[in-house]
Design a protein around this ligand. Structure first.
Ligand SMILES: [Zn+2]
Length: 193
């Protein structure tokens, strides 16, 4: 779940030479606020700015329009930190995905005992991910265990498969296939311990 929302931050303040219309003292302070779109409470996308003028002597607040005062503060770098952070995470995820699929295509050509092979199957037009665990690879013959359960997300399947035991998560029956049959499986990912 992504937690998102808005926040408003003070970008900065400067003392002006404007005079307070309430108490007559000069030196109104101009404040610049900016709204940010936040993801997980991190300011991610800078939105509009607004300014106010305040009198430090009497505490009156004014809208800058009344004094023709312009907003002077720039959006700081951290206003984009969420974009930078989430951009990096997405790039990292894509990188990991590329490495995984490269590994998988080389593992398919050369299966080994203990490989976790996640399969992608259609179940009521929904994708499901069962897995098999290779028991032995001997010449052209592969023996393997089948998972008892499958999940609708690949990562849930992998999480279970990493610690799966024969008799609990894996069915006890040993199945057999050739390397050609193995290559024809609809393989989603292979993890080699
Ligand atoms: Zn004042």
């Amino acid at each position: 779940m992504i937690i998102w929302g808005w926040t408003e931050k003070l970008l900065g303040s400067i003392i002006t030479n404007l005079t307070c219309t309430n108490c007559g003292k000069s030196g109104l302070v101009s404040y610049t606020f900016q709204r940010f779109f936040t993801i997980f409470f991190i300011p991610t996308i800078p939105l509009g700015k607004r300014g106010t003028l305040g009198c430090p002597s009497c505490g009156t607040a004014f809208l800058p329009e009344n004094f023709n005062q312009t907003v002077t503060h720039k959006t700081p770098w951290w206003g984009f930190s969420g974009l930078i952070l989430f951009g990096s995470l997405i790039a990292l995820g894509i990188g990991v995905g590329i490495v995984e699929s490269q590994n998988t295509s080389s593992y398919i050509q050369d299966p080994q005992a203990n490989d976790i092979v996640v399969l992608k199957v259609k179940d009521d037009s929904k994708d499901m991910y069962p897995y098999i665990k290779l028991k032995s690879v001997d010449g052209d013959k592969i023996t393997y265990y089948q998972s008892k359960y499958s999940y609708s997300r690949e990562r849930d399947t992998l999480k279970e498969a990493r610690n799966a035991k024969v008799g609990t998560e894996l069915d006890e029956e040993v199945h057999e296939m050739s390397k050609d049959e193995f290559k024809k499986l609809n393989i989603s990912v292979i993890e080699r311990p």
